[in-house]
Design a protein around this ligand. Structure first.
Ligand SMILES: NC(=O)c1ccc[n+]([C@@H]2O[C@H](COP(=O)([O-])OP(=O)(O)OC[C@H]3O[C@@H](n4cnc5c(N)ncnc54)[C@H](OP(=O)(O)O)[C@@H]3O)[C@@H](O)[C@H]2O)c1
Length: 253
């Protein structure tokens, strides 16, 4: 009997990190399911691959429970070896002034969807000794005024991902990726003011290769590149009342 093709689901394949993940995962020999909402931008990622015929595209709005459930139905019929929970966005600004639906969608897309996808796919990932990469953020390490919901959700994602890493030690390799600022579509989508975080900005290619190096050594918590490592160290040694005051001042529009 012919061996069933193994697939890696990459959510948010139409965005900055997604394109890099697609290119670098293909170089490692994986067959990819490229996910996104924007068909035209997904097509750009697809076209950037060496052997597009080895991969496929799937659309789903991860803020919609119905669409996530339909997406999961399609995925559970496939032989999955990897899950990259990369899709995500934030809403920048004074919490009370921003639409509540958008705030709730940050929770649905950045946390609820990864939890639902992982729960559905883990049995297959375990059978295939596969892997999971959860794209969190250094925003998870400090409460962030003006990005309050995003930072809270990423803190949840980091804790969840790290707990799964321990639960599935020896079965599934789990990487919790915690980057700082990077030049992708994230700022435009979140409405962030230009210039914030530029000093520590790191190219997406470096961030993704660092996460795949962590995967190659069995998984782990990955803060990519020296700039983001430095930022992480500063976050760790700064008392919360100081970091809150500094971030409230820095992140204000
Ligand atoms: N860039 C940074 O500075 C930075 C730093 C730390 C962590 N991160 C994290 O990195 C991940 C990737 O973001 P990025 O920086 O590459 O930003 P990006 O260029 O804006 O890409 C975001 C991706 O998420 C997808 N997405 C957003 N909302 C969605 C929804 N409702 N349903 C389905 N897909 C949705 C987008 O797909 P469509 O456009 O097709 O809808 C897109 O492919 C996110 O989880 C983000 O939080 C980014």
């Amino acid at each position: 009997m012919a061996e069933q093709k193994q697939w890696v689901l990459l959510t948010g394949a139409s965005g900055g990190f997604g394109i890099e993940f697609a290119i670098q995962l293909e170089q490692l020999g994986y067959n990819l399911i490229l996910h996104g909402r924007d068909k035209a931008r997904m097509q750009l990622t697809y076209a950037a691959l060496q052997s597009p015929d080895n991969h496929m595209c799937m659309q789903a709005d991860l803020s919609s429970r119905k669409e996530v459930e339909a997406f999961i139905d399609k995925l559970t019929a496939l032989n999955m070896i990897g899950l990259v929970n990369n899709a995500g966005f934030g809403v920048w600004g004074v919490f009370a002034a921003k639409e509540s639906v958008a705030q709730a969608d940050v929770i649905r897309v950045d946390l609820l969807a990864p939890v639902m996808l992982a729960h559905a796919l883990l049995p297959c990932l375990i059978r295939n000794h596969g892997f999971m990469i959860n794209v969190s953020s250094l925003a998870a390490e400090t409460p962030l005024p003006y990005l309050a919901t995003y930072a809270a959700v990423k803190a949840g994602l980091t804790f969840w991902s790290e707990a799964l890493r321990a639960e599935h030690q020896g079965e599934v390799r789990v990487v919790t990726l915690a980057p700082g600022p990077s030049p992708t579509g994230f700022r435009d989508v979140s409405g962030a003011p230009k210039g914030k975080g530029n000093m520590v900005s790191t190219p997406a290619s470096k961030i993704i290769s660092a996460s795949l190096q962590t995967l190659a050594v069995g998984g782990g918590y990955c803060v990519p590149g020296w700039r983001h490592k430095l930022l992480w160290c500063i976050q760790k040694i700064t008392p919360r009342f100081i970091s809150l005051a500094l971030m409230a001042n820095y992140l204000k529009k």
